[in-house]
Design a protein around this ligand. Structure first.
Ligand SMILES: NC(=O)c1ccc[n+]([C@@H]2O[C@H](COP(=O)([O-])OP(=O)(O)OC[C@H]3O[C@@H](n4cnc5c(N)ncnc54)[C@H](O)[C@@H]3O)[C@@H](O)[C@H]2O)c1
Length: 450
């Protein structure tokens, strides 16, 4: 089929590339000139495992193309995805300006092209309930084009986005047109393994499904984070509790890992949006408020633990931050816990050093000279008073800890992701503070400070 994808960020580029890999002809439209140039030069503007290779393969074959021109991209299009950002405004409500802008451009192109066949507009962006209906009514008023609108929320996770797209647990399509549903069923045919995984529903149900999914996942994390307080107070281990409840089939094991708080481009903004979507209909959603409060507190609690356990004043102390991306396998720092933790540390007068295998360039834009940047965790830790581990990069668990301990001013690690091994920490001479797990405290051999 002939597909246009408006917006070539994390979601749009994965969508376009994967659809091209399924045999569809895809035109990606990107308005950011820097990103467009990279795409047209055959480079992937974001880091996502497997994406660059797949994109280059289908770009080279001509199955996937990139342009800045909506009208030319829509000329043959049967299906048009809107995959633009819906970032949070300062007050937590959703900034709809990109979606409105893209909707208007598509509308103008449809008017100008005056095609005779049906065009299905697919809203991939995460949008408040009522948005798809509004877009449909707008297009009906403004054009004579034969146009349908469906909501198709995306559930991919950065870091495994290509696999998630090509092997979805479910595909949710919201709308009112059986013809558009059939179109989407055909489009996704190669990746639908079981018929019941292709779900059609009302626009508003699909829109709210996305927010409900993210709020539910964020709630599980916040719940476990809240439990870390009890674990630390009573000497319990959150990892044992995770296994103890995660094996209950009614609960399941996913998203039960405690840490120093969730981040990313989706959970924080979507949970905040749900609070405002609730307010818009006069409902104060105490549940989603609590998810966010716990998340904010957890980051502060992590820094407070550093202050209490550092063994010297935080002011003037050197803290090496390992990991800046909001999770492993991405360069995305949007609302990463590292941003808040670094801010709190700087506010308290600490010297912050930072390193990350993929996200350092993005974080440099934010903190510039306020932070010292290091190419790897070993050099970042040398001479530091403590390490704060904030991203669960797998390579961090196999570092040469004995060597690192010997070069640090004080061998202390605050593990905000519970991803290091306690025994390794003890054996290599570290004082070790995970979240909600017993600490390793007796190995500290402070060097004499001059
Ligand atoms: N990133 C995720 O993990 C994820 C997962 C599921 C859903 N979502 C949702 O998907 C949507 C997109 O998220 P993202 O992370 O890909 O955002 P992004 O910011 O990475 O990408 C959006 C892209 O759209 C481009 N753009 C904006 N307006 C345009 C226009 N009029 N024409 C052409 N290009 C335009 C921007 O330049 C940008 O490159 C959001 O609503 C988000 O909530 C994201």
């Amino acid at each position: 089929m002939d597909v246009t994808v408006i917006g070539c960020g994390y979601v749009g580029l994965v969508t376009g590339t994967c659809l091209a890999s399924l045999g569809h002809t895809v035109r990606g439209v990107e308005k950011d000139p820097r990103k467009l140039k990279m795409l047209q030069d055959g480079h992937c503007p974001v880091f996502e495992p497997g994406l660059q290779e797949l994109m280059q393969e289908h770009y080279a074959s001509g199955q996937l193309q990139f342009t800045g021109n909506v009208k030319s991209a829509l000329k043959e299009a049967e299906v048009v995805y809107l995959a633009v950002g819906t970032p949070p405004k300062d007050d937590g409500t959703v900034d709809m300006s990109f979606l409105e802008g893209a909707g208007k451009e598509v509308c103008d192109a449809l008017v100008a092209l005056n095609n005779e066949y049906m065009v299905t507009i697919v809203v991939k962006s995460t949008v408040p309930a009522g948005t798809n209906r509004k877009l449909y009514n707008f297009l009906k008023q403004q054009t004579n084009a034969y146009v349908q609108v469906v909501s198709n929320p995306e559930f991919l996770r950065e870091g495994s986005a290509v696999k998630d797209f090509l092997e979805p647990d479910r595909i949710v399509i919201g709308g009112e047109s059986p013809e558009a549903f059939r179109m989407m069923r055909r489009l996704y045919d190669p990746i639908i393994k079981r018929e019941e995984h292709f779900m059609t529903m009302a626009w508003e149900s699909a829109e709210l499904t996305k927010y409900a999914a993210n709020a539910m996942l964020a709630a599980r994390i916040s719940f476990m984070n809240e439990m870390t307080i009890l674990c630390e107070a009573y000497g319990a281990d959150i990892e044992d509790i995770r296994k103890g409840i995660g094996t209950d089939f009614r609960i399941g094991p996913a998203f039960l890992r405690a840490g120093c708080g969730y981040g990313g481009s989706c959970f924080p903004k979507d949970v905040a949006a749900l609070e405002h979507i609730s307010k818009a209909v006069g409902h104060e959603n105490l549940f989603v408020e609590a998810i966010q409060t716990v998340n904010k507190n957890q980051k502060q609690r992590f820094v407070q633990k550093i202050v209490e356990k550092l063994g010297r004043p935080i002011e003037g102390a050197t803290i090496a931050v390992w990991g800046l991306a909001f999770k492993a396998d991405t360069d995305d720092i949007r609302e990463s816990a590292a941003i808040d933790v670094i801010r709190y540390l700087l506010e308290k007068g600490a010297h912050v050093r930072a390193t990350d295998p993929k996200a350092m360039e993005n974080m440099k834009q934010l903190f510039k000279e306020q932070v010292e940047w290091f190419p790897d965790p070993v050099s970042a830790a040398a001479g530091a008073d403590a390490v704060a581990l904030l991203t669960d990069w797998p390579q961090y668990s196999t570092l040469p800890f004995r060597k690192i301990a010997a070069t640090m001013n004080q061998p202390i690690i605050f593990d905000g992701r519970n991803c290091l091994h306690r025994d390794v920490m003890r054996e290599t001479g570290f004082q070790y503070y995970p979240m909600g797990r017993p600490a390793v405290e007796n190995t500290l051999r402070l060097k004499t400070r001059v």
